[in-house]
Design a protein around this ligand. Structure first.
Ligand code: UD1
Ligand code: CA
Length: 467
């Protein structure tokens, strides 16, 4: 994108967000699984600008911390004296810059790359000093209004708090996104005053300043006002979350994924899903989760950073985090796969099974009531109901290793560190404390005693006592 070379970006993210009533800076509240300001920032970065300055202030250090990368010129606005003052903070970052600056708000997350590109193009084509993005809203409350003359030309802007009753009726609002020539911008900003209701230096005041200088001021209206919505309150954040979720769900529906109930399906932007996968109600897919083709997720699943191959069946109520699952595996209902778990092809994990740092080879089954922690298991092994790897003695964690084709009987405790060779047979109700060589049977010697007629005798005895 050659023409975007002479583009710089300024993102405003210094405000506290008073209306959020939060100890957390507004731009750190999460939307679609990531901090609010990273949405607009990511979109602007896709235009490949020459440089990007982010204005921070409230919780500056915390805001800076959530960004991984070193390509941002962070500028601290010590006191939040208004949007105009905020942009001025970026002046030193663009001292020798003669191109155009795209100014965005950290709290306007759904703005599309195509809209920003169209703004820059319009700005350049019309030879404007400043171009504002506007929108016509059913309910313009809270936004700054665009003032126009009889011939339709923009004459200025007015903030809601400064607006007259008649001006408040105007539906066309300032989206808070601008393209300006850098030279014009910083010169105009030094002329902005704070004689308004809020005592702030308003960035949009450069409209009237520019007009007085005879500059060309352009506006561009967005088709879909949803993309310019700002987040000022938690109610708006929740609404935005819903809007974003709907658009993500729509994307996957169009891509060939069945969502049985899109209203209760939550998918982060960073997730990918293969086609002909069927997802049931109340499914939450977060982080870097990748789901293959033809998978079935029955419902009430909570998956974070899970890598699922094709044809996997995740039955009702499964929680997974940082796991890998190969093709054809069946998991659940009611299973918990914790970080470091890797299931080979066609593995079966059944109800009430918890796994952590557990590697299971192809075709291995652990179908009922089991804890598999810090364990490597070979292929075609069967882990009986109620098996527990005792991996922790209160001080340290220990590893277990179980071979191929092993039969672990029900109610077995394996005291780690321990190795069971291939084809080992563990008798039911065994506590195994030592390594077992391949092909061996292991059982605990216990005497089984039977007392005939004992129950009846006991009952009589108890009845006698009650009298
Ligand atoms: C602003 C516009 C308004 C527009 C609306 C669109 C002004 C004066 N008003 O109002 O015309 O309709 O956006 O969403 O510009 N910020 C700083 N430093 C400051 C003040 C604000 O960095 O000193 C940042 C905030 O963190 C936020 C952005 O600038 O990301 C916008 O500030 P906000 O107070 O939300 O402005 P609005 O009242 O929404
Ligand atoms: Ca705002």
């Amino acid at each position: 994108m050659e023409e975007m070379q002479q583009l710089g970006v300024i993102l405003l993210a210094a405000g506290q967000g008073t209306r959020m009533r939060s100890a957390l800076p507004k731009v750190l509240h999460h939307l679609g699984g990531k901090p609010l300001f990273l949405h607009a920032l990511g979109t602007a970065q896709r235009l490949k600008p020459k440089s990007v300055a982010v204005i921070i202030g409230h919780g500056a250090e915390a805001v800076r911390q959530v960004y991984c990368g070193s390509d941002i010129d962070w500028r601290v606005q010590e006191q939040q004296l208004g949007t105009g003052h905020a942009v001025l903070t970026a002046k030193p970052a663009f001292a020798d810059f003669t191109g155009d600056l795209l100014i965005l708000s950290g709290d306007v997350p759904l703005i599309r790359q195509a809209t920003l590109k169209a703004m820059v193009e319009h700005h350049r084509r019309s030879g404007a000093a400043l171009t504002l993005l506007t929108a016509s809203l059913e309910n313009p409350k809270g936004y700054g209004r665009i003032l126009r003359a009889g011939d339709g030309k923009i004459t200025g802007t007015v903030e809601e708090k400064d607006a007259s009753e008649a001006q408040r009726q105007l539906r066309e609002v300032n989206a808070g996104i601008y393209v300006a020539s850098a030279r014009f911008l910083f010169a105009a900003l030094s002329a902005v005053k704070n004689n308004n209701q809020q005592g702030e230096y308003y960035l949009p005041d450069i409209v009237t300043i520019g007009l007085a200088q005879g500059k060309i001021i352009e506006t561009l209206q967005v088709d879909n006002p949803r993309e310019m919505m700002g987040v000022n309150t938690r109610e708006e954040l929740a609404f935005m979350e819903k809007t974003l979720r709907e658009s993500i769900n729509k994307k996957w529906l169009l891509a060939g994924v069945t969502l049985k109930d899109p209203d209760t399906t939550y998918i982060d932007e960073s997730v990918t899903i293969g086609k002909d996968t069927v997802i049931g109600p109340n499914t939450q897919l977060y982080g870097k989760t990748v789901i293959g083709e033809r998978c079935r997720i029955d419902g009430s699943a909570y998956l974070t950073d899970a890598e699922i191959a094709d044809d996997v069946h995740i039955r009702f109520s499964v929680v997974m985090a940082s796991c890998r699952v190969e093709q054809g595996a069946v998991i659940g209902p009611f299973a918990h796969l914790r970080p470091g778990t890797a299931l080979g092809p066609n593995v079966h994990i059944g109800n009430f099974v918890e796994a952590k740092e557990a590697k299971l080879g192809a075709g291995t089954k652990a179908n009922h009531l089991t804890y598999l922690g810090d364990v490597t298991i070979g292929q075609d092994t069967n882990i009986g109901a109620g098996t527990i790897t005792c991996n922790y003695d209160g001080f340290q964690k220990y590893k277990s290793k179980i071979g191929d084709r092993v039969q672990v009987g029900s109610d077995t405790t394996l005291v780690a560190p321990i190795t069971l060779g291939d084809d080992v047979y563990v008798a039911t109700a065994s506590t195994v404390r030592h390594d077992i060589p391949a092909g061996a049977l292991v059982f605990n010697q216990r005497e089984e005693k039977v007392r005939e007629g004992w129950t009846e005798q006991k009952r009589k005895q108890m009845k006698g006592k009650q009298k």
